[in-house]
Design a binder for this molecule. Structure first.
Ligand code: IVH
Length: 704
């Protein structure tokens, strides 16, 4: 889309404009340049995933454009980057007719199906070998976009295929959809293109994490999340979800009158499907230009399908198969379509990650904070390589919303590495014997009446001595990211609890090894391992102990912030809400929970006992946030370091107040490069704000 020369031109224009904004020399005649530069950087960021400027620099330019347009509304254009920004709520979505019906695809599941389809294609076209274009089958929500005179004018959902919802405002929130595209350079006046709105696995996970933080149940898969997002009435919320759009099909176009092609009608790009993908890519759309493959004959198609399926989990987004299309558009027209699907395309579906099974019972489990989680017990069923027999159904509202009953047939799904979820129950298969699920009024373990806080969906057992909570608390305390007493294992915690050896956390450090040694399955070696692991845990840094205590809302990051805020763990007894809220990333909810924890006498008694037993309560004020000469700076290592061990180098960063990032982005300040550095280095070189250091330079920085 932007040849190198133009990229360089736009990059230097960017610097000039930034300079002008800084020196307040910006003039209205620079406006179109500014818009062009912003569009260019959106393309680098959202389509290529290779930004050339820092986020804050983009923001400076964007704000300048907003400021000028606000002062001179007559200068606003429809394709100005500011016009994505949502204002207020949309009303109901009006129904609109598609220019061409949005058909489905025929499915194939194996080589035989494909060979059969190829045979029919050859019969229909009279050819001996057909050229096919293969591309991913994106597992998102179908959309149609219309551009007229190079401007985006309408976006719609698939709906029933004939009519869909007009979601133009929401589509404008998707940064990879250009608001204007030079279709006119292909002789096109009006065009309808089709594609799929998607949420990357990463953004999906982030979204579900956010729901979990609010005690809301997660969404089953990125597809549901994308489809739901398109129908949100608040475009600002749509914008927050970071949707992406893959465009893969030109369904209709009309030429500019008198377009001077030899046959009077079309541009060369539009003669093949791969040409269409190329055109879309060149115009700034996220078409599957890089992912597509053009091959001759069905055997090459079959080989590619098998090869691609193996890489399915490595892709940043969900695909449920591949789509194979006859590449020559004239042949496509010759083959035509049924009322249901085109004859020139077929989907090759990957192994299903959905399955149906029976919901047999619901058990209620008590977590370490007393939260009651209903867990559906299912007839075991295999999906995506694992057998699933129980699935969390989160809370009472979720059960109502999904209309679940015991005895129901349910569809379950495992999307990639996502924990399995119930997608829906099949009410039409009920025979009347199904039973409603009754939420208990008392804790299933200790029988204490359950309580629910206002605005919370979760019922809790408030008895902190509840055996289920105690066991879960001890399991959390010993877990890998907490005190890391891994040789313990969940099963031993339960066993020792049942035998009376382990009634609370301090008992871990007072285990009667003489009695344990006499138990079946405890040999000399496992006893020594356990003793050593328990002893070693006493020296764990304070932030691990804080995390291990399982204080509500205190995760690993908060625990690090907290451990840097005190010299000794018990200093928290004297910290007020205000003291805590003044710390980085600690809001009223977290602060309240910490103050509450340190005001409960039983907790303080337990902590004093742990200190007597020899656990480290002293902070070395090392990790992350305040202080240190790297304070506020972000770091990432790549390649093999020669002098330092990677983990030691990372620890040095944290010790000096720096923060580690997991990937290259404009948020990164330093990339430290070892031997054989690869793609991270390449990516970082393109972001001018990142400083690239050798190992030696890194050590100099640390010692400075
Ligand atoms: S072509 C007439 N290509 O899958 C053209 N569809 O199960 C038909 N889909 O309705 C569509 N990725 O929403 C096509 N690369 C791709 C696709 C794709 C996903 C969706 C599309 C379609 C559905 C059929």
């Amino acid at each position: 889309m932007y040849p190198q020369q133009q990229t360089q031109k736009l990059q230097s224009l960017t610097s000039k404009l930034l300079e002008k904004v800084k020196n307040q020399h910006f003039q209205n005649q620079d406006l179109e340049d500014l818009r062009e530069v912003l569009r260019f950087h959106e393309y680098r960021y959202y389509i290529l995933n290779e930004p050339l400027i820092a986020d804050y620099e983009y923001d400076i330019l964007f704000k300048e454009l907003e400021k000028i347009e606000a002062a001179n509304p007559s200068l606003i254009t429809a394709a100005s980057p500011t016009q994505r920004v949502a204002k207020g709520l949309t009303k109901d979505f009006p129904t609109v007719a598609h220019l061409v019906p949005m058909l489905s695809l025929e499915n194939s599941y194996n080589a035989e199906d494909l060979i059969d389809w190829d045979r029919k294609a050859k019969e229909l076209t009279g050819l001996e070998t057909i050229e096919y274009c293969i591309e991913p089958k994106f597992d998102g929500a179908g959309i149609s976009l219309i551009y007229e005179n190079d401007l985006f004018v309408r976006g719609a959902t698939r709906g029933d295929g004939v009519e869909g919802d007009d979601i133009t405002t929401n589509i404008k929130q998707i940064r990879s959809v250009p608001l204007s595209a030079k279709f006119s350079s292909y002789g096109i006046q009006q065009i309808e293109i089709r594609g799929e709105v998607m949420l990357t696995k990463n953004n999906f996970k982030k979204y579900n994490d956010m729901l979990a933080e609010q005690n809301l149940p997660p969404l089953a898969n990125p597809r549901n999340a994308a489809a739901g997002s398109l129908r949100i009435k608040d475009p600002k919320e749509v914008s927050r979800r970071n949707l992406e759009a893959f465009l893969y099909h030109v369904s209709y176009y009309i030429n500019i009158e008198g377009w001077p092609m030899t046959d009077g009608s079309t541009s060369n790009a539009l003669l093949t499907h791969s040409g269409c993908l190329q055109m879309l890519w060149d115009l700034g759309f996220r078409s599957p230009q890089k992912e597509k493959k053009v091959v001759k004959g069905i055997q090459a198609v079959i080989d590619h399908c098998h090869e691609f399926e193996k890489q399915r989990d490595d892709l940043p987004y969900e695909v449920d198969g591949l789509v194979i299309k006859v590449n020559d558009i004239a042949l496509q027209d010759k083959m035509g379509m049924t009322t249901h699907h085109p004859r020139w395309a077929i989907a090759f579906k990957f192994k299903a990650r959905q399955a149906t099974t029976k919901l047999r019972a619901v058990e209620f489990q008590v977590g370490r904070t007393g939260a009651i989680t209903p867990v559906a017990k299912l007839d075991p069923v295999a999906i995506g390589g694992v057998t699933v027999s129980s699935i969390s159904v989160h809370n009472e509202e979720y059960i109502k919303e999904k209309d679940l009953k015991i005895g129901d047939t349910v569809i379950i799904e495992r999307a990639g590495d996502v924990i399995p979820q119930i997608v829906k129950s099949l009410a039409e298969l009920r025979d009347g014997k199904e039973k409603n699920i009754h939420f208990p009024k008392h804790c299933p373990i200790c029988k204490t009446p359950l309580a629910k806080e206002e605005e919370e969906a979760v019922w809790r057992c408030l008895n902190i001595k509840c055996p289920a909570q105690v066991v879960e608390r001890i399991i959390h305390f010993t877990s890998k990211d907490a005190m890391d007493i891994r040789s313990f294992g969940d099963a031993n915690v339960r066993k020792f609890y049942d035998m009376g050896f382990l009634q609370d956390i301090p008992d871990i450090y007072k285990l009667p090894f003489d009695k344990i040694g006499a138990l079946e399955g405890f040999g000399e070696k496992s006893m020594t391992n356990l003793k050593t692991a328990i002893e070693a845990s006493k020296k764990q840094p304070l932030h691990r102990l804080i995390y291990a205590l399982g204080i509500r809302f205190v995760g690993e990051t908060t625990a690090k912030v907290l451990s840097n805020a005190v010299d000794h763990l018990l200093d928290f007894k004297n910290k007020s809400l205000e003291d805590l809220q003044s710390l980085e990333d600690i809001g009223p909810k977290v602060a309240g929970s910490i103050v509450k924890f340190f005001s409960i006498t039983e907790n303080l008694n337990m902590l004093e006992e742990l200190e007597r037993l020899g656990l480290n309560f002293q902070s070395n004020k090392s990790s992350s946030t305040n202080g240190g000469n790297l304070s506020g700076q972000t770091f990432l290592f790549t390649g093999t370091l020669m002098e330092l061990k990677r983990s030691d180098a990372e620890a040095m960063v944290e010790k000096n107040g720096g923060k580690l990032l997991s990937g290259v982005s404009s948020k990164l300040n330093y990339l430290i490069v070892g031997e054989d550095a690869g793609s991270k280095l390449e990516k970082a070189k393109k972001i001018t704000s990142i400083k690239i250091l050798s190992e030696k330079e890194f050590l100099q920085l640390i010692n400075a």
